[in-house]
Design a protein around this ligand. Sequence first.
Ligand code: NAG
Ligand code: NAG
Length: 482
Amino acid sequence: MLRASGRRLGAAVAPAVALAAALLSSLARCSLLGPSDPVASVLSPYFGTKTRYEDVNPGLVLDPEAPRRDPELLEGTCTPVQLVALIRHGTRYPTAKQIRKLRQLHGLLQARGRGSAGGRDLGAALADWPLGYADWMDGQLVEKGRQDMRQLALRLASLFPALFSRENYGRLRLLTSSKHRCVDSGAAFLQGLWQHYHPGLPPPDVADMECGPPRINDKLMRFFDHCEKFLTEVERNATALYHVEAFKTGPEMQNILKKVAATLQVPVNDLNADLIQVAFFTCSFDLAIKGVKSPWCDVFDIDDARVLEYLNDLKQYWKRGHGYTINSRSSCTLFQDIFQHLDKAVEQKQRSQPISSPVILQFGHAETLLPLLSLMGYFKDKEPLTAYNYKEQMHRKFRSGHIVPYASNLIFVLYHCENAKTPKEQFQVQMLLNEKVLPLAHSQETVSLYEDLKNYYKDILQGCQNSEECELPKVNSTSDEL
Ligand SMILES: *[C@@H]1O[C@H](CO)[C@@H](O)[C@H](O)[C@H]1NC(C)=O
Ligand SMILES: *[C@@H]1O[C@H](CO)[C@@H](O)[C@H](O)[C@H]1NC(C)=O
C-alpha cells in the first residue's frame, strides 16, 4: 500500500513519506477515527478524473481541516486583496451511463455460473458483491463530496483569514454550473464556511445565508456546451476521438481484455474496453464514495491500471486538453472573466475603495478546469498523446488524476504589496492548483507582477473572442442567395 503510493509520487519522496506518516498516525488513532479510517488501493494513483483529492494531497489524510500552507505563498508586506477560485465538484456517484455498463458486467458474471475452479473465485465474489449503485444516483454529489467541499472551505478560510473574514461573508460571490453536483458543492462549501465562523452551530439553509445561494452560470462554467465549433468538431464528431477508439482495440487493451476474461472466467468476446474500464472505475467509486476496497480492485494489477489511466487521459487530452485548439480556446471567456475581476480589484485598490468582491468562488467540472489550464499553457507534452505512444508517454505531464481529482481547485490570488518600488510592482499574483503554488507558465516563478502576467496572456485577453472562436467556418452560401 505505502510502497505503491510512493511509486505514484515518483521522485517526490517527501510527500510519500508524509503519506506514510499520515497513514501510520491515522492507523494509530483508528478507534477514534471510525469510518474515516484511510483505505488505500495500490491502484489509486491511476484513477484519473476519479481520483480522490487526498490522493494528490496526502497530508490531508492526517488532518483534513488543518490549513496546509505552501511555503511559497507570499506573506509579509504583500497582502491578499482578492481570491478567484475555480473549484471542481466533490466526490460524486457514477453517471447513469456508467451504472448501466456496470449492471451489464455484473449480469454477465451472475449468468456465468460458478467458476470451474470450484472454490470461491474472483468472478463469483464479484457476482455476489452488491452493486450498490442505482440509476437515480446519476452523477450526484455524495456525502464524501460534501465533506470534500466543507473541508476545502475550512482550509481556505484559515489560509486567507483576511479575505474570508466575517465582514466579507456577505460579499462572497458564488457561481456554479447548473449540474446538481456543482450547485450542491457550492452549498456544502458555504456550510463549511459557516462552520468556520460559528463552530458548533448548525448551518442554516444556503438560501438564508447572507451571500445567498450560488448563482447558476453555464455560459461561464459549462462554456463547452455553448461553443458551436467545439460541439461540431469535437463533441459530436465521431472521428475526433480517433485515438481513444484505436487505443481501446490496441495491443495494450487487448492484453488486459484477455487477462480479465481468464481471471473472471468469461468469454473474451463478451468483454470490451468499456466494460473493463467500468470495472476499474467501480474500484475507484467504491473507494472514493464508500471508503471500501472492493473486490473490483482485485481484477487489476498496477500495469493494467497504468494502461487504463492512459485510456482515461487520452479522452481528456483529445476532448478537453491540448488535442484540439478549440478545446482550450472555448474557455477564453472564463479566462477573461477572471482577469476582469482582478482588474476591477486593482482599480478599486488604486482608488483606495473597498474591494467589492474579495472572494469569488466558481463551481464547475474537470471539463471546466482542463481547457482553462491548457489555454494557459500547462501540462503540455512535447508529443501528443496517441493510441500508439503509450510507452513513450509513460512520464507525461498530462495526467488528469494529478491535475483534476475530485474537488480540484485552481486559485488566483491577487496581492497588494506595500513596499513596492514602482506602481507596477504593487500588484502581484500567485496561482494555486490543489492548494499548491503553481509556477507561472511564462517565468516558472511562483509569483508574478500582475502586469507581466496580463502581458504574457495578452493574446488571449484581447485576441480571443468566444463569439468568433466558437463560430463555425462559414460555408460559402453565395449560390444559395441566387
Ligand atoms: C472531425 O474530426 C476530424 C479529426 O480531427 C476532422 O478531420 C474533421 O474535420 C472533423 N469533422 C468535423 C465535421 O468537424
Ligand atoms: C464565396 O464565393 C464567392 C463567389 O465564388 C467568392 O467571391 C468569395 O470569395 C467566396 N467567399 C468565401 C468566404 O469563400
